[in-house]
Each structure stands twice: as structure tokens, then as C-alpha cells.
Design a protein around this ligand. Structure first.
Ligand SMILES: Nc1ncnc2c1ncn2[C@@H]1O[C@H](COP(=O)(O)OP(=O)(O)OP(=O)(O)O)[C@@H](O)[C@H]1O
Length: 242
């Protein structure tokens, strides 16, 4: 099955008149009148805890559907796609760094990082084109994140520190050069040096593959490194009230 995505679409993300409620009759936790993100743009999203960052990323990934309004990703209206086509679009074109990592505990580091290639031929092929094989691409990404040690990459991820697991989650999201990277608090467990290495890798990837990056974080010190910063409390002032 194929999704008719437009990988050259610009803007790659377009939201309009968006509202999201977890249940009918409850307040909207997120409202956005309009948001457009261009190909290759690096966007920083901030909000206080509970302010809707994860909800926004979930809408962009098609994990949840808007209650009102539209979510267009790579030319596709997410809310109009079947669940299977949304899953395909996500697997082929979107890397997602989950706030709680969502690594597979019984798999090794390298097997976690190559996982997107098992669900997507496109990602597998792109990894092979870039470095020769998904394994070689996994090692390249891990080495950039200071996780290149041979013994370490064969270990189950449960034997890693939290900060190491977070970096594995980032490498996995970048596997096979997705067009869009959604990252939910991806630096929360990293010290200042690692955060720097992580941002350098991320921005190198953005430049090398024209990756569109949407990174959500409380950490305002990161904002100045991005092309644009969006504070959800500013663009969605009615969210808590309606
Ligand atoms: N599964 C759920 N069911 C019901 N309400 C939820 C669910 N997940 C989140 N919420 C609510 O939606 C609102 C937005 O949550 P969200 O996780 O998007 O915020 P956040 O900005 O990512 O927060 P944090 O920085 O603490 O991770 C919060 O009020 C939260 O309580």
C-alpha cells in the first residue's frame, strides 16, 4: 500500500482552525488558528507543563485526530486518511522522539535504532543509500551521539542510563532520513555537553537532508538556535478557557 504524499510539498505542515479536546464537552487543550511550517525549517515549540506540546506533536504525527479544523502533512489531510494510511505516512516520512523514549526493552541498542527500517522500505533504502546499510547508518548516528562503542550497541537498551536511552531514541527517529522530525523534550535527560552534541547532530541532519524539525521543550535556552519559536500559550490564548 502506498500513500500519495507529496515529498516536495511546501509548506510541509499546514494547520488551520485547529482545536483538540480529549472528550466531548471538555475544554479544548489546544487551539491554533493557523500554522505553516516550511520544508527544512527548524521550529521550537514551548508551553508550560500541560500546555499542549505533546498533543500538538501527536496531531502532526496522526496519532490523534483534531476535534475541529485541519492538519495537512506533506500535502495529505491527516484527518481524512484511514488509520492504516496514517500509519504508513508516519512510518515512511516522520521520525518521532517520544518524551518517554518508547524503546523496545528486549532489543539491543542497534536493533532499536534500525527498527524504522523494518516498518518502512523507504527508510531502509534511504539508510542504505546514505551509508551502505541500515546497520551502518545506525552506527553513524550513534557515533555522533557518543554511543559508538561496540559493546554498548549490542547491549539491551534497559542496561543504558536514561540519558543514553534518550540518545538512542533520537538516533532511531533519524534512521532512514525522514522528511519530518518531531521531538518531544528530547534533551530533558542530557547534560550541557551532550545537549550541544545532540543539537549539532540534529542541525547537521537538517542541513544534509533538508529535514523539517519541530522540537518541543520547556528549555528556553534552546530557542535561539532555531529558525522560529512558537509559544503555545501565546498562539492559543483561549485554550484553557474554552
Ligand atoms: N490521554 C489523555 N487523556 C486526557 N487528557 C490528557 C491526555 N493526555 C494529556 N491530557 C491533557 O491534555 C493537556 C495537554 O497535555 P500535553 O501532554 O499535550 O501537555 P505538554 O505541554 O506536553 O505537557 P508536559 O510538558 O508536562 O509534557 C493537559 O491538560 C493534560 O492533562
Amino acid at each position: 500500500m502506498r500513500t500519495a504524499v507529496d515529498t516536495t510539498a511546501d509548506p510541509v505542515i499546514r494547520l488551520a482552525k485547529l482545536a483538540f479536546r480529549w472528550r466531548t464537552g471538555t475544554a479544548a487543550v489546544l487551539r491554533l488558528d493557523r500554522l505553516e511550517i516550511r520544508r527544512g525549517e527548524r521550529v521550537f515549540v514551548s508551553a508550560p507543563s500541560g500546555g499542549g506540546k505533546t498533543t500538538l506533536l501527536g496531531l502532526l504525527a496522526g496519532v490523534i485526530a483534531p476535534t475541529e479544523g485541519t492538519v495537512e502533512v506533506l500535502g495529505q489531510r491527516m484527518e481524512r486518511l484511514s488509520g492504516a494510511r496514517r500509519d504508513r505516512l508516519r512510518a515512511d516520512h516522520i521520525g518521532y522522539v517520544f518524551q518517554l523514549f518508547n524503546l523496545i526493552p528486549y532489543l539491543s541498542v542497534i536493533d532499536n535504532v534500525t527498527l524504522p527500517g523494518r516498518f518502512s522500505r523507504r527508510r531502509r533504502t534511504r539508510a542504505a543509500t546514505r551509508t551502505g546499510s541500515p546497520e551502518a547508518e545506525a552506527r553513524r548516528l550513534l557515533a555522533h551521539l557518543d554511543l559508538g562503542d561496540d559493546g554498548l550497541v549490542r547491549r539491551p537498551v534497559t542496561q543504558l542510563s536514561v540519558g543514553q536511552q534518550q540518545r538512542v531514541a533520537v538516533a532511531r527517529a533519524l534512521m532512514g532520513s525522514p522528511e519530518i522530525l518531531l521531538a518531544d523534550e528530547p534533551t530533558s535527560a542530557l547534560d550541557a555537553d551532550r545537549r550541544e552534541a545532540f543539537l549539532t547532530l540534529l542541525f547537521d541532519e537538517c542541513a544534509a537532508t533538508n529535514l523539517t524539525l519541530i522540537l518541543a521543550s520547556h528549555d528556553h535556552t534552546l530557542a535561539s538556535r532555531f529558525d522560529r519559536a512558537i509559544a503555545l500559550q501565546d498562539v492559543a490564548p483561549a485554550a484553557a478557557a474554552t
